[in-house]
Design a binder for this molecule. Sequence first.
Ligand SMILES: *Cc1c(COP(=O)(O)O)cnc(C)c1O
Length: 402
Amino acid sequence: MPRDLTGPDARGWFGPYGGRHVPETLMAPLEELEREFRRAWRDPAFRREFESQLRDYVGRPTPLDFAERFSQRVGARVYLKREDLCHTGAHKINNALGQVLLARRMGKRRVIAETGAGQHGVATATMAARFGLECVVYMGRVDMERQALNVVRMRMLGARVVPVTAGQQTLKEAISEAMRDWVTNVRTTHYVLGTVFGAHPYPMMVREFQSVIGREARRQILAAEKRLPTLLVACVGGGSNAMGLFAPFLRDRGVAMVGVEAGGRGIRPGQHAARFAAGRPGVLQGARTLVLQDRHGQILPTHSVSAGLDYAAVGPEHVLLHELGRARYTWVSDSTAIRGFETLARLEGILPALESAHAIGWLLTRRAKLRRSDVVIVNLSGRGDKDVQQLAERRLSGIAGG
Ligand SMILES: *Cc1c(COP(=O)(O)O)cnc(C)c1O
């Protein structure tokens, strides 16, 4: 199995990254969570329930869709893994389902979550409604204004959305607030973390729940092309859609992997979220990883046109994959991502999430390097309906000369 190629080891380390850097009060709950997850993941009844909900409720397997016109444009055979067709419109539901099933199994009546763009909050509120659990979502006040529609969706699903007003009032502060809630209410509450980040066992657990993406894609590409892909491409926020695609291919040495981060307005402090371009090792919110920080260790502000990639740290397993040379990490700017969005819309009739549009935009820049014989799988992590308003406003202000 590929999963022990990069770990984590028994203490939750991916080489020198990851670990469990939390207050004393959270050590026992994290140990319990790890124990319960390992037990559930080995239990055929739990796996059957997870798989049947993925099939009938989430809508899996998602198609592996050959993109003919886009392929002609970039000069390689490009397949899209259509996570945009999942219930609620992105891959986040795979993980939210797994964790809510686990919470129920552990006898927890209440789940909490952090959210930036609102996609993970919506996925968690959705699964909580489905299984009758109380749900509280922490969201920065600035993000609540930017993503007002997702706030309404979460409330319609019965969740309580709590505005967080500390600091930059965005995702980082929302995570801190969710951790504070968890410390206080850990007996009744499970914290549904939204990506391959945080303290052990979250990076491992979220990877396992998301690996359904790569397991399906592997089977599907073998059926379609009778061979493995030459290249996998995914955008990287915390890194869960990328890890979910990459994990089942890690042992296949001929399969190259590229993670695309948010280059925002360029690699200058505060203008991007490209941790591999400008981050240094540090500890943030439970994990040792690459962090965007100043020389005093203060966390730098970040910027991206896509809220889902807009975070100062990255999942620790990706940092190890980078150091091992197993995966490569790069970035594209806001404007290249928008070009990716517009190109996929025109050539394939698909509006991708602005996050996923980073992976598409990067491929557009690779035209000269790709070969006709290359078989590429792009993880289309989500759909772009949520971004239409933002792009329309951008366009209007562009026409007005702004
Ligand atoms: C949240 C989100 C991402 C970024 O999160 P990862 O954990 O890096 O996958 C990417 N795409 C979409 C559509 C998202 O909602």
